[in-house]
Design a binder for this molecule. Structure first.
Ligand code: SF4
Length: 388
């Protein structure tokens, strides 16, 4: 039996053990027996039943592990896998990635989203290649200091490459722990996340850190999934609190909803038979360092109905033959982008236009050499860019 914690027994961010229980923050007492069962069964499942094959599994090359972890941040494995293979082939080691141009990296990353990851990946490769002589850091603290590496990624790299005892904590782990231990505190609150981190660390067998971390991540992705978890065949079922209480679908709990900001973009597709204008996004905003068609951002969708004056005022575009596309939509994590494309054919006399110095005139046949956001690629792939 676990005794209930009192103020004295709760130490901040630290698991306190009596003989039978851990008392962690404001969680209900966690039975040591239930915790041991969890770790043992998870390792057993990983050894005998885990069928998840991935090219970076079982390797200890920190460069490849880091590459895979950055690609998989906020990305499903099925989507990230071809990108990992492209990057590992094009850049087999850290020096090759460091010596690539930013455009090469961004073009290879195109379509994967969260483009700051690609910029950080490239900058970090240059740092390791040039400042550290290509030797990847080998302590958790040093790995955590790399640009683009957070707690989760540092723990994954440290444990997979060096078997260092640092527990991973991501959406999969929150879900498995919340359900198995019946934790009803919201996982998106800072204080609770710290308690989860303490519990995850407490559960980690120090000499099997890499295997355990792989096991819990794969288990969350394969068995204890967000929708339709496979409770009937689950090795943890007999001790699972949520299963016993029929609360599997209620856990984990989140308190906040993500606020979505709507943005309205008018892109100008200004072209002649062979060429069109693009520009690079250099501002600290979404899609930084990707290319786009010249853009005017407007306040709302109503303004899509009267964009001719804007195009004339901004760039002197002749609007008599302007064609307006349907509205394209791209959902990002915190933003929803609504975009229309205004297509205008360039007359020979370009001097009637106001062309900013940042615009580039490129050949249509070369557009695949530039990394564009998904929405623009969709538009460009829908029109014939076959002229030479
Ligand atoms: S029994 Fe169901 S809810 Fe519990 S750990 Fe297994 S899959 Fe997850």
């Amino acid at each position: 039996m676990c005794f209930l914690p009192t103020a004295k027994t709760i130490l901040k961010e630290q698991a306190v053990a009596d003989k039978q229980c851990w008392h962690i923050g404001n969680f209900a007492p966690i039975s040591v027996e239930q915790a041991n069962f969890f770790t043992e069964k998870l390792l057993y499942w990983n050894e005998h039943q885990n069928k998840r094959e991935m090219p970076w599994k079982g390797i200890s090359d920190p460069y490849k592990i880091w590459l895979s972890e950055i690609i998989l941040q906020q990305t499903r494995v099925a989507q990230g896998l071809p990108y990992y293979q492209k990057f590992a082939t094009a850049f087999p080691d850290i020096h090759a990635l460091a010596n690539a141009s930013q455009d090469e990296v961004m073009t290879l990353w195109q379509g994967l989203g969260y483009y700051s990851r690609a910029r950080n990946l490239h900058a970090t490769a240059q740092y390791i290649s040039r400042e550290l002589g290509g030797v990847f850091p080998n302590t958790y603290v040093q790995i955590r200091q790399l640009t683009g590496v957070g707690d989760y990624t540092a723990a994954a790299i440290a444990s997979f490459a060096y078997n260092l005892p640092h527990a991973v904590l991501d959406g999969n782990v929150f879900r498995v722990l919340a359900r198995y231990f019946g934790i009803e505190q919201a996982t998106d609150e800072t204080a609770t996340r710290k308690h989860f981190a303490t519990l995850a660390q407490q559960l980690l067998p120090p000499t099997k850190a890499g295997k355990y971390n792989q096991a819990i991540m794969d288990f969350g992705a394969e068995v204890c999934t967000p929708a339709l978890p496979d409770c009937a065949n689950c090795v943890l079922q007999t001790q699972c609190t949520a299963f016993a209480a029929q609360k599997v679908n209620e856990l984990p709990i989140k308190s906040k909803k993500i606020k979505i900001k709507h943005r309205y973009f008018v892109f100008l597709y200004l072209h002649n038979e062979a060429q069109f204008f693009i520009e690079k996004r250099t501002e600290a905003d979404i899609w930084q360092n990707l290319y786009q068609l010249p853009l005017i951002e407007v306040k709302n969708a109503k303004m899509f109905e009267n964009i001719n004056p804007l195009l004339q005022q901004n760039w002197g575009v002749e609007t008599t033959n302007l064609q307006l596309s349907k509205v394209f939509v791209q959902q990002l994590t915190h933003q929803k982008i609504h975009a229309v494309f205004a297509e205008a054919f360039m007359k020979k006399e370009l001097n009637t236009l106001t062309i900013p110095a940042t615009w580039l005139l490129i050949f249509k046949k070369n557009y695949i050499n530039f990394a564009f956001p998904k929405l623009i690629n969709l538009f460009l792939s829908n029109i014939a860019l076959t002229s030479t």
